[in-house]
Design a protein around this ligand. Structure first.
Ligand code: 5GP
Length: 191
């Protein structure tokens, strides 16, 4: 998606070979017009697939996921990262290792929000090692829902997320695919 690639080149900041900061339009300050364009792009790509819900992981996926849900006229469900304080039979939980923080967190979904009747599109800001998306897929399987695919705003193609998801038979659609990062260097996959 040209407009996203241009934004990344102008405002993105490669901290090192592995991490891209996008705080000025996705992760901290959010560009609503860009998020709306992104929502329209995902909605167009995944149209006619019978998607009933958009699922995202808090917090950076929420803005693009909401715009996608709005465009597809379906609800959005946020997978929570905080551990539940009460023992609750109505929760599905799974452990996910965090790429940026180097720690693990418990991803939680209430059984009341997704059922076996749902066909879900997962939206997240980054696809790196694919741990977050794989955790989301595990929760959706616990809920007996089916998955149409994973939509990522930014895929770091030099990390194994896409292969990991495709090996599970999951369709991956990324709007910007980065082939190389370095101090002051951001390069995209030539398609
Ligand atoms: P994965 O689970 O695919 O390894 O990593 C995806 C998650 O880690 C995303 O939800 C995103 O929040 C975070 N992440 C991964 N790589 C980056 C990065 O380069 N920059 C930022 N800002 N977040 C990232």
């Amino acid at each position: 998606m040209k407009v996203l690639e241009e934004k990344i080149l102008v405002e993105g900041r490669a901290l090192n070979e592995n991490v891209l900061k996008v705080d000025s339009f996705i992760n901290h300050k959010v560009d609503p017009k860009l998020m709306h364009e992104i929502g329209k792009e995902f909605a167009e790509h995944f149209k006619d697939q019978g998607i009933t819900k958009i699922v995202t992981i808090e917090s950076s996926g929420i803005a693009p996921a909401l715009m996608t849900a709005y465009e597809m006229n379906v609800p959005m469900v946020i997978l929570k990262k905080q551990p539940s304080k009460v023992l609750n039979d109505d929760l599905y939980q799974t452990l996910v290792s965090s790429f940026t923080k180097g720690t693990s967190y418990e991803l939680t979904l209430s059984s009341h929000q997704i059922s076996e009747a749902d066909h879900v599109l997962i939206i997240d800001d980054f696809l790196a090692n694919g741990e977050a998306a794989t955790g989301a897929l595990r929760l959706l399987r616990k809920a007996h829902a089916t998955t149409a695919g994973v939509g990522a705003l930014i895929e770091k193609s030099f990390q194994p997320g896409r292969e990991k998801l495709e090996a599970q038979g999951v369709h991956v659609y990324s709007l910007a695919r980065i082939s190389r990062l370095g101090k002051g260097v951001i390069e995209f996959v030539q398609e």
